[in-house]
Design a protein around this ligand. Structure first.
Ligand code: PLP
Length: 449
């Protein structure tokens, strides 16, 4: 093995030569070499500072480097770092109770996993076992994780690479995407009604008695923050009630204050039967996920064995991190700050829309926002289409490169720029980030025709 001159080079080569990076061609990668992070900022090994405008993968909701979490983790490790999931621990019980408090009253018990995909896998299994049915209905423009079942449940094109081995019995339907409504609706309410009616028809064709669950993201994330128009969730709940189908909210990205409420589905006042969560549950400090179940599902397993299990389910250290993170949300009033900063962000983006013809649409709830870039506001021709080929990403790649050059990390996909900063962000920090985005948008503006 060659030794490199500096630590920085050694680290770079060890990473690129001996580890694989998600979702990418491995040749020609140029990832940020992260060294430390605090609040909304992170620094690379050259000392360059980046403002984190997507909380990494929309998970570092409390901001980076919170020492309270570090201390809770260290204390738990000193006392008890691991026992098998058949044992009782204080951290597990504390977390279960807290989750039962912050989720709607009908959700009473949690099964703990290591992340979001596993939460979805276990929710699918529970829904199938509980109902004795096999089909799962989801939206095309959705992502539920990268394991086989979760990937098959999502409609995201990242699954094309493994489609031939997909989990069977998943039925996809179109989203209520008002900006590009497949039913050419005049109002969001009309789009909601038509999308729900389409789902109802398809469930009819599929045999409603074979459908175990409908899975919806609590609020859409990586597919472009496609907001649910008013009335949609209520109609989906009605369809579920009519046919004995379970409603599953995937709150992996939309949960834990991201939208200004604890969960995205809280905005719609609808009861769900299962809720999947991860990401913000520990704000990324350690891996953890959970499925919360309705009391009737919990009781179902009072006298039947629960067909789920993982070596690291309810890992005490992850649970301790989550308990500390939940305290931070409350003590730092992060949900309230998200509402305030979300409003401020909406005002500022409204100004930016006046300056940048490339912004076609802005969709946001709290700090779960997405700019959709277009080549033309009338035709809505996207700056890059859904599942864009590399050759269709030239402009967006230049925008992305500019954002990074100017000192920002954020999640950019196709023609979407995500604005999902840590929930502790201030107005000044938002302004600093928006100035960077504004400058980068000039590149996109030049391609508007
Ligand atoms: N569900 C949603 C809505 C997500 O956004 C994601 C990840 O981005 C997942 C599930 C998968 O979570 P994980 O990557 O922790 O497996």
């Amino acid at each position: 093995e060659t030794a490199f001159d500096t630590d920085k080079e050694q680290i770079l080569h060890d990473n690129l030569d001996h580890t694989l990076f998600s979702w990418s061609k491995q040749a020609g990668l140029n990832p940020i070499s992260a060294e430390r992070a605090e609040g909304v900022y992170l620094w690379d090994r050259d000392g360059k500072r980046y403002i984190d405008f997507s909380s990494q993968l929309m998970n570092v909701n409390i901001g980076h480097g919170n020492q309270r979490v570090t201390e809770a983790v260290a204390a738990q490790m000193r006392e008890l770092s691991y026992v098998y999931p058949g044992m009782i621990t204080k951290a597990r019980g504390d977390l279960g109770r807290k989750l039962a408090e912050i989720t709607p009253a009908n959700l009473t018990k949690a099964f703990f996993t290591l992340g979001g995909a596993e939460a979805i896998e276990n929710a699918i299994k529970l829904a199938r076992v509980y109902t004795g049915r096999h089909k799962i209905v989801t939206l095309y423009q959705s992502f539920h994780g990268a394991s086989y079942g979760a990937m098959s449940a999502g409609g995201d094109p990242r699954k094309f690479a493994v489609d031939s081995q997909a989990m069977p019995n998943v039925v996809h339907v179109e989203n209520p995407y008002f900006y590009r409504c497949p039913w050419y609706s005049a109002t969001p309410e009309e789009c909601a009604e038509r999308a729900a009616a389409a789902m109802e028809r398809i469930i009819g064709y599929e045999n409603p008695g074979s459908v175990a669950a409908i899975i919806l993201e609590g609020e859409s994330g990586t597919s472009g923050c496609i907001k649910y128009p008013p009335g949609y969730w209520q109609r989906i709940r009605e369809i579920c009630d009519q046919h004995g189908i379970l409603l599953v909210a995937d709150e992996v990205m939309s949960g834990f204050g991201r939208t200004g409420k604890w969960f995205g589905s809280d905005h719609h006042g609808v009861k769900v039967d299962l809720m999947c969560m991860a990401k913000g549950i520990t704000a990324g400090y350690l891996p953890l996920g959970a499925v919360m179940v309705d009391e009737k599902i919990a009781h179902h397993f009072d006298d039947k064995p629960l067909p789920l299990g993982l070596t690291y389910s309810a890992h005490p250290v992850s649970c301790a991190a989550a308990v500390a993170v939940l305290d931070v949300y409350e003590e730092e009033n992060l949900l309230e700050n998200t509402v305030q900063m979300g409003r401020y962000l909406d005002e500022r983006i409204c100004d930016l829309m006046g300056q940048h013809p490339s912004i076609g649409d802005w969709r946001n709830t709290g700090l779960f926002g997405c700019l959709e870039l277009v080549k033309n506001r009338q035709t809505k021709e996207p700056m890059a289409p859904w599942n864009a080929a590399p050759s269709q990403m030239e402009v967006m790649n230049q925008v992305m490169a500019k954002i990074r050059e100017l000192g920002m990390y954020t999640f950019v996909r196709w023609n979407y720029i995500f604005i999902c900063p840590p929930l502790c962000i201030t107005k000044e920090e938002l302004d600093e980030g928006l100035a960077i985005i504004s400058e980068a948008l000039r590149i996109a503006d030049a391609h508007v025709h």
